[in-house]
Design a protein. Sequence first.
Length: 236
Amino acid sequence: MPPSRNRNLMLPPKERLMRLTPEASKGRYFALALLLMVVLIGYLLGVHWWFVAPHLDYASQMSDLREQQLKFRETTAQRPQIETQLAEVLSFEKNNQAFLTDADANSAFSSLTQKLTQVVTMRAADATRCSISSKQPINLAQEELYLRVIAQVRMRCDMETFAHIVYDLENSNPYLFVDQLAIFKQAGGGGFVAVPGGKQPTAGASLDIRFNLSGYLRQPGKKPEVKPQTGGKRSE
């Protein structure tokens, strides 16, 4: 028998019990820690992920719904103010003279050409000095916020009179725009395009003038067309 054990047996019973108590206490602490670990693992596997986590998720969703409901209530409370502002915007748009007032593109083209004829007649009482040779509608496949109506115009006019005509057109209501301007000087059946920096035609010379006159309707414009991509190999 080991000497240490013999020494413990030779001790009185009370002292022997005091020496055995710390070892028993350590065993109880270890058992208690092991029990807590088992309970925690059981909670995580059997309770938390099946019961607690879904309820936490539901609580988070309910909180989000309450915030949305509060925002909706605040927006509803502002409804009279929003309706007043909307009425002001609609009234402004209704009285806005920047747009053509026609119902469709065909009637708008007629209004454009009528406006052009009126300005030409006012600025050039003598038809031999300035006249409209042709005018036709064109349809450009361009992306626009509003529907754009374009008239392609060809005129015979002197430079001074034409400058006044363009000024009157671009400073009128509704708003009209002159672009794609090309000016040709008539000389022996030929001609050339007048370019910036080049020799300008004289004021009294008859010019062949081509341009686009356009305006906008208060209607949605065109969206860019997306062409489908075709597959396959390119033939050589």
